[in-house]
Write a protein that binds this ligand. Structure first.
Ligand code: ADP
Ligand code: ASP
Ligand code: MG
Length: 436
């Protein structure tokens, strides 16, 4: 109670010097008792993340090829970390075990989880903390959902005094097999630990000082957001603001545990506080976008009068096992926006099947779209947000392919061609940067 859970991202643990910064942060506040590390990330922009190397190791070995290159790079990096940190932990023995497992058909999830596991073991030794293996207490159901029993199991393991280290990114299935969350999932582990430990605060330590109004790789001067609600953050992270995994909100939301996004390289700088309700009432708090969408455009005269038309279209999608993201409609038109990873190579077949089953006047498939979400809970009380947004995009000479405003009125989503993603995000950011 009153304690803090701290999750440290891969870039914050990339080498021994970063590790030492993290240790100083943990030691600076005795309330920081539950520590969730990721696997070592990139030391330079050209470097490789340990998690990517572990997946590569698995892939190459599964193809029956010589995986000694990724295996060596991983060994060297962990051995160097252990040496520089002066720990006695027998990293060699663990790496040998991983190498053995990979020859015995280890799953990709098992392999990927080893980055967090080993980093957790190193961290626990350096901090003289109790190591808690998530395989024993972060449980998934056979269907791959988080099993709520996790909170009790983990809560029991986190009782007692002192520091605890719980590696991020993974847990286990009912049959004991390791299962990971999706990429970036240590943020979710951190939220689960914060809830199980009933922490007063979840600190998410990364390589930027807080959440910016938009991706700093697109707009380097993007303003820091002081406060943002869980819901706004989820919308932004889902649409590509990768600083926090979009599913990290759920475990902490119910208990109203605030999340603070902070920078390991600048621990005193103010971050972003994620809360149930924010004080500032500015209509737009952030903009995020991502490429990789396709849109099916359907036209049929008097579509609005044809009972069951939408149902038939969605039935075809369901038969293909394809989920959809957005569905803006008009009286005679309907567009369905689908993620490319869902659609795979089924685009033409799907269009053919809708044609057969629903008999539209026109149907086409637009590939290579990017979707941009402009998010803010104040939007519903503010006149002119959509007008300002569209004007900004038009002034930048960018063609808007689609607009969708969900019923929550905290989100306007526009679709542009993929090559227009960055200029459109810049234009929208400029339009709302100073709009209170
Ligand atoms: P970690 O390794 O700590 O988990 P991530 O790489 O997952 O870090 O997330 C931090 C990165 O998210 C930043 O370096 C930044 O490039 C990117 N990012 C994307 N959108 C935003 C945003 N709106 N605000 C801040 N950072 C963002
Ligand atoms: N190491 C994992 C990844 O690269 C999990 C994480 O970083 O959150 O996706
Ligand atoms: Mg991350």
């Amino acid at each position: 109670m009153g304690d803090i859970t701290c999750k440290f991202g891969g870039t914050s643990l990339a080498d021994a010097s970063c590790f030492r910064d993290v240790i100083a942060i943990v030691k600076a506040n005795p309330k920081r008792r539950f520590i969730v590390p990721s696997a070592p990330g990139k030391r330079t922009p050209q470097d490789r993340k340990i998690t990517d190397l572990l997946y590569a190791w698995h892939r190459i070995a599964a193809d029956g090829l010589d995986a000694s290159e990724p295996a060596h790079i991983i060994s060297d990096r962990f051995a160097e970390l252990a040496r520089d940190l002066g720990v006695s932990f027998d990293i060699e023995r663990h790496l040998k075990e991983i190498a053995e497992q990979v020859t015995q058909h280890a799953t990709p999830d098992y392999m990927a989880s080893r980055g967090e596991y080993l980093n957790g073991r190193l961290m626990a030794e350096v901090l003289q903390a109790t190591f808690v293996d998530p395989a024993d207490c972060i449980k998934f159901t056979a269907g791959g959902e988080l099993d709520p029993v996790t909170y009790d199991l983990l809560g029991q393991r986190l009782e007692g005094p002192g520091l605890f280290v719980i590696p991020g990114f993974y847990g286990s299935l009912p049959n004991g097999e390791i299962k990971t969350f999706s990429r970036g999932g240590s943020d979710i582990s951190g939220a689960i630990v914060a809830r199980a430990a009933r922490s007063a605060l979840y600190e998410n330590w990364t390589d930027v000082s807080g959440f910016r109004m938009t991706d700093p790789r697109i707009v380097p001067e993007a303003k820091r957001i002081e406060e943002i609600t869980y819901q706004e953050l989820r919308e932004l992270s889902y649409m590509g603001a990768t600083v926090l995994h979009d599913e990290a909100i759920y475990p902490v939301h119910e208990l109203k545990i605030p999340i603070n996004i902070l920078n390991t390289k600048s621990p005193e700088s103010p971050g972003t506080l994620i809360v149930g309700e924010r004080k500032s009432k500015n209509p737009v708090c952030g903009i995020a976008g991502r490429a990789g969408f396709s849109m099916i455009n359907i036209e049929k005269a008097l579509m609005n009068k044809e009972r069951g038309f939408g149902l038939r279209v969605l039935t075809v999608l369901d038969e293909f096992g394809i989920g959809w993201e957005h569905m803006p409609t008009g009286i005679d038109t309907m567009s369905i926006i689908i993620r490319d990873e869902e659609l795979g190579t089924s685009g033409d077949k799907l269009v053919g099947e809708i044609k057969k089953f629903c008999n539209p006047d026109e149907i086409s498939l637009t590939p290579a779209l990017a979707m941009i979400a402009t998010v803010g809970q104040g939007m519903s009380h503010h006149v002119g947000v959509a007008a300002r947004l569209c004007a900004a995009v038009a002034e930048a000479g960018i063609n808007l392919r689609v607009i969708d405003q969900g019923s929550s009125e905290m989100n306007i989503i526009v679709g542009v061609e993929e090559q227009d993603l960055q200029p459109a995000v810049r234009a929208i950011y400029k339009a709302f940067e100073n709009w209170d």
